[in-house]
Write a protein of this length. Structure first.
Length: 135
């Protein structure tokens, strides 16, 4: 869900996102305030219904066990996960036919396998060249 801050929160650290409870939305009141006037190209103001409902929110996935918790018809979203776990999750999700947001499982797995083949070739090639030079 989007956190609403002041319109010039970028300019000053004291209004920034890292301020926790102190970073609160203040209603724009200025005479020429672009957000108050809802001018295109400026940040959106607070409105009722801006956020997603709880039903629409995807289930957070940190490991393969979390995939089993996803109910049928819902989507998952990857959180802070390294490449190794990401590959495991992608394989299992493909088997279970679960959609994961921000991850195209097929293309990701193909790209990963291609990189692994390249790494194996690179590690084998220098050893052979070194052996030939010694003879």
């Amino acid at each position: 869900m989007r956190k609403f801050l002041r319109r010039n929160a970028v300019r000053y650290a004291k209004f920034g996102k890292g301020r926790g409870k102190k970073a609160k939305w203040r209603n724009p009141t200025g005479r020429h305030n672009k957000i108050r006037e809802k001018i295109k190209g400026h940040p959106a103001g607070v409105n009722i219904g801006y956020g997603k409902t709880k039903d629409e929110k995807p289930v957070e996935v940190f490991n393969t066990k979390d995939l089993e918790k996803i109910p049928k018809g819902k989507k998952g979203i990857l959180k802070n996960v390294g490449t190794r776990k990401k590959v495991e999750i992608a394989k299992k999700a493909k088997e279970m036919k679960i959609e994961i947001i921000h991850l195209n499982q097929e293309s990701f797995l193909k790209k990963y396998e291609k990189e692994q083949k390249m790494k194996k070739k690179e590690t084998k090639a220098p050893q052979k060249e070194g052996e030939k030079n010694e003879k």
